[in-house]
Ligand binder design. Structure first.
Ligand SMILES: [Zn+2]
Length: 312
């Protein structure tokens, strides 16, 4: 005789305990990588590859650094549309005032009219300089023929100095001023939930660093201080503005950029002219990409006749 089958009744559902509370959803970071852009008549003839970062939550997203040519910015807007057709782009954050990180705002604003472009006060001042007639002339020499549509002034809103926080559906993202790096008044965006730093041009990833505005030992030290500021947050991921497209975004790029700046300072003391500096850097660190930026930096560090910048 088989024992009777007894089916245990499920305990009654408690109204307040039907399902466990949902776990807080983490933001999701992605970045759009863009290959070098040809520069007519320049030697070497390519701009350095560039990346933009998108951090999204369930319904909203924040873009960091909207790139610069119309072609790039259109590809970036298409990428955002394809990736997140149902999400709302709320903010566009600009890490620093160099035009290659924000001229794309004109295009992005047409495609995402409800997004607010924001930057720290120092970055906003630098952006104004870049869209001035003198600033535009420099960029049009490099990228002629209407490749860039310059944003209207003011190009962004300044975040209040006492509150540099951006909200992403309950997640807080922090803008952090970092002083001089590859230019004055740089900043990065810190995403605590992900231990992620979006570092702009404070850090490079396998691309030659732009040192044309960092020609003295004190300025190089300030840049290293800016790297240390990023490092002090103990990031696990560091996304940068210029990188070899396939390079991984590890925190080790903090150390690699610092070593590169130190190497630059040592070679300045050894090289005799811009060509010699270029060769020495290439010999010591041959695998980086973006030789135009390297050559530009060498020319500023070792100016030829008629160039006012001095070797320091
Ligand atoms: Zn840059």
């Amino acid at each position: 005789m088989f024992p009777p089958v007894i089916q245990a009744a499920a305990p009654p559902l408690k109204p307040n305990n039907v399902l466990p509370p949902p776990r807080r959803r983490l933001p999701r970071p992605c970045h759009s990588r863009h290959p070098p852009i040809p520069i007519p008549h320049a030697i070497p003839p390519l701009w350095t590859p560039t990346a933009a970062t998108l951090i999204s939550s369930a319904h909203e997203a924040i873009l960091v650094d909207p790139l610069f040519t119309t072609t790039q910015a259109t590809a970036l807007a298409d990428w955002i549309d394809a990736l997140f057709p149902d999400k709302r782009l709320t903010y566009i954050y600009i890490t620093h005032g160099h035009g290659d990180h924000f001229f794309g705002l004109s295009t992005l604003r047409q495609r995402f009219p409800n997004a607010t472009a924001v930057a720290t006060e120092g970055v906003l001042k630098h952006m104004e300089q870049q869209i001035s007639p003198a600033g535009q002339a420099v960029w049009e020499t490099l990228f002629p023929g209407g490749q860039i549509v310059f944003p209207a002034s003011p190009p962004a809103e300044a975040l209040p100095a006492h509150d540099l926080t951006l909200e992403l559906e309950g997640h807080k993202l922090h803008a952090v001023p970092a002083g001089h790096s590859n230019t004055d008044d740089s900043s990065f965006l810190w995403v605590p939930d992900l231990k992620l730093a979006v570092a702009g041009d404070i850090v490079y990833n396998n691309a030659y660093s732009f040192l044309a505005e960092t020609l003295t030992a004190p300025l190089r030290e300030q840049w290293i201080d800016a790297i240390q500021k990023v490092r002090s947050f103990r990031p696990e991921t560091v996304i940068v503005g210029h990188k070899t497209p396939s390079a991984v975004d590890g925190a080790w790029n903090l150390d690699a950029t610092e070593r590169y700046i130190e190497m630059w300072g040592r070679l300045v003391g050894e090289a005799k002219d811009a060509e010699d500096m270029f060769d020495r850097v290439r010999r010591e660190d041959p695998d980086r990409t973006g030789e135009f930026v390297l050559w530009w930096s060498c020319l500023q560090q070792f100016p030829r006749e008629g160039n006012a910048t001095a070797k320091a």
